[in-house]
Design a protein around this ligand. Structure first.
Ligand code: NZQ
Ligand code: ZN
Length: 394
């Protein structure tokens, strides 16, 4: 087994009605003036926002509220919220939503903790390492990004079309409330994209150079099988608590580092997908499935036995020959994506076939103008990244 350092300090309140404990918990933490952030309005329609505000009021807190976070959240909104929070002297940030609202709230909490720095220029571009953040509570409405327990947040700069993540300990929420029933009102496409994203957070840790982490393999393979099974059930059955709770639990575990302990995560497919979302504003989970098969076929030769293990233990492939099993595992994974309505190439992603100039642009963005390579399992340079995009360009 390899060495690792695991720190995941977020308290999680999980289960039916979990969010009803928010007011009491925040009061116990000493919050007086929270800023509640939400997205395009789903939490207004389904009543969650009103319930949360009255709960906070009952516990002596008059919350400030700001809605309007868009999917692939923008840095402009973050700056506005930081300015508002500074002016009003808020002392706690609360996110009501999916990954986009939670990531926005993380950036706002960091921005408010470090008021002399610009959130994008200084912090997101890693010129300054923040040393604190306001405390953050999240109420999760979609099983997807796993931001409720992750040390990551992803923002898009709407001026440069760069979509970039920041991984630091101050991105870990203090507390997250995960009530699987809150995901019932989410559109099916978003549920499916969420399932794909959960799957991807573990698979991007599974394909790694380090060997001999048997326990980590068991956790990862078990989680992936669970996501395949209950992800499909969640889409087939309306308001099904069993499947929603399984995928909500998987979302948390898949991105809190547990499923990749002792390994260097790769996350190439995330990088490839972020450039698609940055340029075309496509849904995160769909951006990933649109390139995963092309990535897998390119890197498979790097470690055929590993792909064969994945094929047998996750995708149920019964084939003795490693090379054949590996390819069958990739095919079955793409069949799973298609079964949940997720795209496996650019045309199915809805962006159409791209010209050569756009492929150059995407590879250029991915490598910050050829100054970086991506990935760890199989590092990819500009030309190799371009080949992956080209193979998905159908
Ligand atoms: O904005 P509202 O009106 O709430 O609607 C949202 C949004 O339109 C809707 N939705 C969510 N829950 C709902 C609901 N509608 C009705 N009822 C509900 N219960 O779904 C749409 C998508 O929401 P979004 O928050 O964008 O989805 P998701 O949770 O998939 O988050 C995606 C974002 O997270 C980032 C992605 O890059 C993307 O920007 N990620 C964040 C990570 C992290 N912080 O650790 C890791 C991931 O790899 C990912 O990159
Ligand atoms: Zn993701």
């Amino acid at each position: 087994m390899q060495k690792f350092d695991f720190c995941c300090p977020t308290e999680v309140v999980f289960g039916a009605g979990a969010e009803r404990e928010l007011g009491k918990k925040l009061k116990d933490f000493g919050a007086k003036k929270p800023l509640v952030l939400y997205g395009g309005g789903s939490v207004k329609k389904n009543g969650l926002l009103d319930n949360i505000l009255s709960d906070l009021k009952q516990h002596g807190m008059e919350a400030l509220v700001k809605g309007g976070v868009e999917p692939n959240p923008r840095v402009g909104f973050v700056r506005e919220a930081i300015a508002l929070g500074t002016e009003k002297g808020i002392d706690f940030v609360v996110a009501l939503g999916g990954g986009s609202v939670i990531d926005t709230a993380k950036a706002v909490a960091i921005g408010l903790g470090n008021p002399s720095y610009d959130i994008w220029r200084d912090i997101w571009q890693k010129r300054v390492v923040p040393q604190k953040a306001l405390p953050l509570a999240t109420v999760v409405t979609l099983a997807a990004a796993g931001s409720e327990m992750s040390d990551s947040a992803v923002l898009t700069n709407e001026e440069t079309l760069q979509k970039r993540g920041l991984n630091i300990v101050y991105n870990r929420p203090l507390i997250s409330f995960v009530n699987p029933a809150l995901t019932y009102t989410a559109p099916k496409y978003q549920v499916a994209a969420g399932v794909a994203d959960i799957f991807m957070h573990t698979i991007e840790r599974y394909f790694a150079r380090e060997k001999n982490n048997f326990m980590t393999d068991q956790i990862a393979e078990g989680l992936l099988r669970t996501v395949v099974h209950f992800g499909q059930q969640a889409l087939e059955k309306e308001n099904d608590y069993e499947s929603r709770s399984e995928i909500s639990y998987c979302a948390m575990l898949s991105h809190n580092d547990l499923t990749g302990l002792g390994r260097t995560k790769d996350f190439s497919v995330h990088k490839l997908g972020h450039e698609l979302s940055g340029r075309f504003d496509v849904t995160h989970g769909a951006s990933l499935t649109s390139v995963w098969g092309s990535w897998a076929r390119k890197v498979c030769k790097n470690d055929v036995p590993r792909f064969a293990q994945y094929a047998r233990n996750v995708m149920g492939v019964a084939e003795d020959d490693d090379a054949k099993a590996a390819l069958l595992g990739i095919e079955r994974t793409e069949e799973f994506f298609e079964a949940i309505g997720m795209p496996t190439c650019f045309s199915k992603l809805g962006i159409g076939i791209q010209n050569e100039t756009m492929l150059d642009y995407l590879a250029d963005m991915c490598t910050d103008k050829k100054t970086h390579i991506i990935g760890a399992f199989c590092p990819l340079d500009y030309e190799e990244i371009r080949e992956v995009y080209k193979s998905a360009n159908r």
